[in-house]
Write a protein that binds this ligand. Structure first.
Ligand code: HXC
Length: 256
């Protein structure tokens, strides 16, 4: 069975790719092979304007594969290619939406937080439970978690391993939107379609500017944002967007 199910034109929409984690026996636990499949798929798409990554009704992903990790040495971990894979994941230019139902824990939660936004079904449960198994988050769980909700809450959830329900996750700023679990994919598709209808040049620059805000000072971030703003004026999409507005028609973005 393959680790992921890939649909390059989700709901027959050319610009939207869908990746569904497919390891039901282990609640979509993430092993390195699955991460390779995800990253290689994302890198292989050229004509895509938005991607949805999802799991099953029971679990987006229950985290790193504990069976695989239990007897690993520190050197096994160090030499594993996961670190490079996460880096490659972060270099993807188009927007990636995590559509989360069920458990979204540990490395699975880190995958969701590495996406650009999270839409959750109302029964979803988030958390960093590594503390329960004698280890710590290793792919952004202490960093992105803290940036989303601040120190005290991040400490609370990472130190207790307590799960966060969907409503709390929205209040904490972890997720953008909570929808009924049964309509998660329809609702996420509506958002993906809306994003895919915009200029891909602009959306990739927005993605870069927002993600870089976590890496730099305000003045550096403002500088990058201004440069990206100017850069859109080198694109046909900017001309198309503004002319379409003036001509009172719907813009047709080509992505260049
Ligand atoms: C491997 C896992 C797994 C995991 C569940 N399973 N989570 N296998 N790795 N992370 C397996 C179970 O062993 C079980 O297999 C089957 O999936 C169903 O799980 P159950 O526990 O029976 O289901 P349930 O009782 O509903 O409980 C669900 C759960 C629980 C609360 C999500 O499975 C759980 O606590 N899982 C571990 C969550 C966790 O600690 N994640 C962090 C991992 S460390 P069998 O064969 O018995 O049917 C991590 C570090 C990241 O993520 C570092 C960087 C990548």
């Amino acid at each position: 069975m393959s680790n992921i199910i890939v649909t390059p034109s989700y709901r027959d929409h050319r610009g939207i790719g869908l990746i569904q984690l497919n390891r039901p026996n282990v609640l979509n636990a993430l092993n390195t092979e699955t991460l390779v499949d995800i990253v290689e798929t994302l890198e292989s798409w050229s004509d895509i304007r938005a991607v949805i990554i999802t799991g099953s009704d029971k679990a987006f992903s229950a985290g790193a594969d504990i069976k695989k990790m239990a007897e690993a040495s520190a050197m096994d971990q160090l030499l594993d290619q996961r670190e490079k894979l996460w880096k490659r994941f972060s270099m993807i230019r188009y927007p990636i939406i995590a559509a989360v139902n069920g458990f979204c824990l540990g490395g699975g939660h880190e995958l969701a937080m590495s996406c650009d936004l999270i839409i959750a079904g109302d029964k979803a449960k988030f958390g960093q439970p590594e503390i329960n198994i004698g280890t710590v988050p290793g792919a952004g769980g202490t960093q992105r978690f803290t940036k989303a909700m601040g120190k005290s809450k991040a400490m609370y959830y990472a130190l207790t391993g307590e799960m966060i329900n969907a409503a709390e996750a929205r209040e904490l700023g972890l997720v953008a939107k909570v929808v009924p679990a049964s309509t998660l994919m329809q609702e996420t598709f509506v958002v993906a379609k809306r994003i895919a209808s915009k200029s891909p040049v602009a959306s990739s620059l927005i993605k870069e500017s927002i993600n870089q805000s976590f890496e730099m000072s305000l003045s550096q971030g403002l500088m990058l944002e201004r440069r990206n703003f100017y850069l859109t004026f080198a694109s046909d999409d900017q001309k198309e967007g503004m002319n379409a507005f003036l001509e009172k028609r719907t813009p047709d973005y080509k992505g260049n």
